[in-house]
Design a protein around this ligand. Structure first.
Ligand SMILES: Nc1ncnc2c1ncn2[C@@H]1O[C@H](COP(=O)(O)OP(=O)(O)OP(=O)(O)O)[C@@H](O)[C@H]1O
Ligand SMILES: [Mg+2]
Length: 244
């Protein structure tokens, strides 16, 4: 199996607080990996280190066999290979739905506006937002905004999509529509790394589940292993707390 991203001995320190400790972990092409764990365990920091929104304090990040932390590597180009979806959507509020999905393609990938629109339309259809091209973000529900944010990230045609709790800021009735889109993408073979509190999604959709606690990966395995046969006491306690 081809590894897309490989993290080796990754650490992140804020002041004296070691938020990530010697993290080893990888994502294979076409795989859906869910990261679960309690608040403050370092899940977002790990994603932010992977896309270099944070500078790791130590360790390596290998992208398709190349160490992206060495000085000669083009970080800018690497970032375009990763699509990021945040809890808070982070749409451009002054742009309509279509433009949200077009601007990055034109600016960063140097596509013509026409090419970019065609690509954007393809992904807006996939997320079911093709009826709202002219709408501004403030006219959309949370679930709709998040689906546009997903289409925007996909429009850059990244190798991997990173999601950081994409449904945590949504009203409960809108969680389903976003998870459904994510499941569809997973079924189509997109490589996805998803931080989530949605245990049903992690159980049903992921190929592998990673459980983090206090800056370390405590346990990882298939959903069946992690949810039905966890070997670590900390995993069992977390699941008991979360699933009850
Ligand atoms: N910029 C920062 N400066 C200092 N400490 C930080 C910073 N960002 C995160 N931390 C600390 O790092 C730890 C891990 O935070 P992180 O946001 O990665 O956790 P998380 O697992 O994503 O939690 P949640 O489920 O609440 O989103 C926390 O103790 C947090 O306070
Ligand atoms: Mg977080």
């Amino acid at each position: 199996m081809e590894k897309v991203i490989e993290v080796q001995h990754l650490s992140k320190v804020y002041g004296t607080h070691e938020v990530l400790k010697d993290i080893d972990f990888s994502v294979n092409m076409g795989e859906v990996v869910c990261i679960i764990g309690s608040s403050g365990s370092g899940k977002s920091t790990l994603l932010r280190c992977i896309n270099l929104l944070e500078k790791p304090s130590g360790g390596q990040i290998i992208y398709k066999g190349e160490n992206i932390l060495d000085d000669k590597h083009d970080i800018f180009k690497y970032r375009t290979k990763l699509g990021m979806v945040f809890q808070q959507f982070n749409l451009f509020n002054n742009h309509n739905v279509l433009n949200n999905c077009v601007v990055g393609q034109v600016k960063v990938l140097k596509r013509t506006p026409k090419e970019a629109e065609d690509v954007a339309m393809k992904f807006l259809k996939i997320v079911g937002m093709e009826q709202y091209l002219k709408a501004k973000p403030k006219q959309l529900s949370g679930g709709q905004k998040q689906r546009v944010a997903i289409a925007r990230a996909l429009s850059m045609e990244p190798d991997v999509m990173l999601f950081d709790e994409p449904t945590s800021a949504l009203d409960p009735e809108m969680v389903g529509e976003v998870l459904k889109v994510m499941k569809k993408l997973a079924d189509e073979g997109l490589t996805m790394l998803v931080v989530t509190h949605e245990m049903g999604f992690a159980k049903e959709v992921s190929d592998r589940v990673v459980f983090m606690d206090q800056g370390v990966i405590v346990e990882e395995g298939s959903p069946e292993q992690i949810f039905n046969h966890p070997t670590q006491e900390r995993t069992r306690e977390f699941l008991k707390r979360t699933l009850s």
